[in-house]
Design a protein around this ligand. Structure first.
Ligand SMILES: [Zn+2]
Length: 407
């Protein structure tokens, strides 16, 4: 008996998509006609098709090589002429300013703020490097339940030096300060017990331009790092000055959460040690435009940060994208891309948003567009190969096969 062609096709689709394909199935999402960059190092697929089912990528190919027919019920994104890249990581955010009462606030208000701060810029994963943990855990629960469309949220718990309450944080905030290694160890244990994913150490706290920076001693850094590393968790540092960098590196911190533009350059020893220890660097260059009023000084700080980024990147150091949004309200990422583009190529900027963090934070199902990976991707209105700032022109943000932002 010869099977009708249509039957063969349906059978093929059923095999390809497993049990989830049916006439009423709305979990299939398709993006047809875009230029797809599967990763920063692979050539683009022009006129490509990306098909998602049940939160995973099930097909990525050129349209003329597609062997299966889309189910009628598939949700089709308007992708013709657009550019598709993997979902972005912002490895330095704070669910702090404007995120109060996350457990009880209306979902629509949280969704609006989430769009403004993260999802409209393509972020499908974010590292919160310090906020009220109870509040952010509540927010994370609402995101995970689907109540508030948002990125996957990782959280790091803050530890400050004794008497190191940074001048820019509200004085009434009760900050966790560690005076001894034992206290740091206890705090780190407490955070990880709460379900946090890492630790953030203020190895340098800014006390105002007329006062010295307060640094965290290396022994205290090491005590917190040992607790985190024993549980396979990363440690971030806010360094502020050279001593803050050196103590972070001596104590085995994984990620420097900022450049240090006031020091005008990492030393050769620091760069060598960072490379050897596989330390990652988050540049936060746009932040330097917000810390002083004088635009001339601001642009000097930015340039110093760009130079530091370049010095580590050119040695082969790992760069992770991060902006400190939620502390700052400069949510637009275009300027950060422009600044980073002074030190590295657009593919390297894309890597800092995708493949670098997924490798660094051991999330092998994220960071690329490949069959079997999480359906976290961004549809752009412009090609970053033409202008790196096009990474900020987001049309859709899709996380786990769900559209979490649409322009
Ligand atoms: Zn920060």
């Amino acid at each position: 008996m010869k099977l009708p062609d249509k039957f063969v096709l349906v059978l093929f689709v059923l095999i390809a998509f497993g049990h989830l394909v049916s006439a009423a199935d709305h979990s299939t999402l398709a993006c047809v006609g875009a230029r797809i960059y599967p990763s920063p190092t692979t050539p683009p697929i022009n006129n490509g098709v990306l098909i998602v089912n049940d939160g995973k990528i099930v097909e990525v190919t050129a349209q003329d090589r597609l062997k299966l027919e889309l189910p009628q019920s598939a949700i089709k994104l308007d992708c013709a002429g657009k550019v598709v890249v993997a979902g972005f990581w912002n490895s330095h955010v704070h669910f702090e300013n404007g995120w109060d009462h996350a457990a009880t606030a209306p979902a629509t208000a949280l969704q609006a703020h989430m769009q403004e701060m993260l999802t409209s810029w393509g972020f499908t994963t974010a590292w919160d490097l310090g906020s009220d943990p109870g509040n952010t855990i509540a927010l994370r629960k609402r995101v995970d339940s689907g109540d508030v469309p948002g990125p996957k949220i990782f959280m790091a718990g803050d530890i400050f030096p004794k008497n190191g309450h940074p001048v820019y944080l509200p004085p009434e905030l009760q900050l966790p300060e560690a005076a001894t290694p034992q206290q740091a160890e206890q705090m780190a244990r407490g955070y990880l017990q709460m379900g946090l994913d890492g630790i953030k150490l203020f190895t340098g706290a800014f006390m105002g331009s007329m006062k010295p920076v307060i640094n965290l001693d290396t022994a205290i850094v090491k005590a917190a790092v040992d607790v985190a590393h024993a549980q396979g968790k990363p440690v971030f540092a806010h360094p502020q000055n050279r001593t803050g960098v050196d103590n972070a590196l001596a104590g085995g911190v994984n990620i420097l959460a900022h450049t240090i533009p006031s020091e005008k350059g990492f030393s050769q020893d620091e760069l060598a040690k960072m490379k050897q220890q596989h330390t990652a660097l988050i540049p936060t260059l746009t932040l330097w435009t917000t810390v002083v009023d004088d635009p001339a000084i601001a642009s000097q700080l930015v340039q110093a940060g760009v130079d530091e980024l370049k010095s580590y990147f050119s040695r082969g150091g790992t760069i992770l994208f991060g902006t400190d949004v939620g502390f700052t309200s400069k949510y637009d990422t275009a300027q950060e891309y422009e600044f980073m583009g002074r030190a590295m190529g657009w593919k390297d900027v894309l890597a800092s948003l995708t493949t670098n963090p997924s490798a660094y934070f051991k999330a092998p199902t994220k960071g690329g567009i490949k069959k079997g990976m999480d359906a976290d991707f961004v549809v752009l209105d412009g090609d970053p190969a033409q202008d790196v700032r096009n990474l900020a022109k987001v049309k859709y943000t899709v996380r786990g096969g769900k559209v979490i932002y649409q322009k």
